[in-house]
Design a protein around this ligand. Sequence first.
Ligand SMILES: [Zn+2]
Length: 459
Amino acid sequence: MLMRPNTTALFSVYRGLLLTGALTSSLVMASANALASEDGLQPSDEAAAETQSAAVLKEAIPLAPNVDLAAPQPEGIETPLAETTSDPKPAPTGASFVMFGTEVAPATSTRLAWSPEQSLDGLAASVPVLVVNGAQQGPVLCVTAAVHGDELNGIEMVRRLLYNIDPAKLNGTVVGVPIVNLDGFRRNSRYLTDRRDLNRFFPGNPRGSSASRIAYEFFNKVILNCEVLVDLHTGSFHRTNLPQLRANLKNDDVRELAEAFGDMVILHSTGSKGTLRRAATEYGIPSVTLEAGEPLRLQKKAVDRGVKGLRHLLSHMKMYGKRNSRVVREPHYYKSTWIRADQGGILFSEVKLGERVKPGELLGTITDPITNVRSEITSPYTGRVLGMALDQVLMPGFAAFRIGIQTSEEEVMKGTIPDPKLAARVSISRPKLNAAERAPAVEAVPNTAPSLDDPVAEE
Ligand SMILES: [Zn+2]
């Protein structure tokens, strides 16, 4: 399906497809059926159900309390919906949004909860889901964070985005899940309790491993409600990422989604198998991953950058805010590679995140704290530092610098991108103790040729 300039219209098509169950995927159908039966309806009754009066539907589906996310208030103090109707603003023309069997009326916002059924009943912790349902019709945008429990920047991005949307001025629906992996978050861990990476199990399997079951439930109960998905992440394991989008640029819908963030770097990748982004895209929900900063920290600059991009997306999709006509577009990076350390030791970087580098340029030094042998890591490419290890003690083989190689799609198609086997070199030198002891630098040792799109645990 090609994306046309009128994205709103297109996203409405997606929504229509999902709602009518026209997608032939069995999972989607299963989900639609589950939803229908929860509402006490048989799938075949769907058409008939549409003709039922709103009053009957209102009885069947509980109405979510209107929690004004723009002005937080303690739980229990709920604004009755009747008050909103007396508002002088024009009457909402949008539709109700139904999630977890609860109806969210147009022009209201609320907090819902998703409970994975894979826990001990008495210990089950529900994952908060924030919903802002606009007064007017529009697409359903979902923003998920902390699928890796130690990635905190996205949690704050969701908070800032969702709590600053006035539902009366919103077209469509924004769903925010601040902490998908609540279990990992509580332990400062990337992983689930069973030490599995949740972001390798989507769309999941109801009879699979614990991780696979959680993924299945989340995908069916939350993600299949979305028409567009942004999954928020950070670098992994003492690495940091320049705020950037990961997107399958060969999918036109995904490309348009990524470009709607404005001036943000885009790195092409299909995504590892089992990532939420890849699974959702394969189900016809255009998805990107937004990477920003490092794990286990809250970084204001990275958060600011992410929120700016998300707001740009909302305005581009004609959902919220003024549309910014003048957009400076960042180049797209179709290829990237991790430069690994061939020697263990103390890493000190000589470049900053986002810096442009040339072949042979020094990226960092690694010094063995015991033998004082020092090696240098240089860039094999002309490109930009999109990710890097923080200064630390590292072991040989650790992915230290991710270089994005600026390329056009034509270059990728023609195969004229730089050869990764060229000159990825690490030179090892002896410590310069004094003139007598000074040994000539050991001849440059060819680094193991880095492979493009080298999968390092991330996303
Ligand atoms: Zn992540």
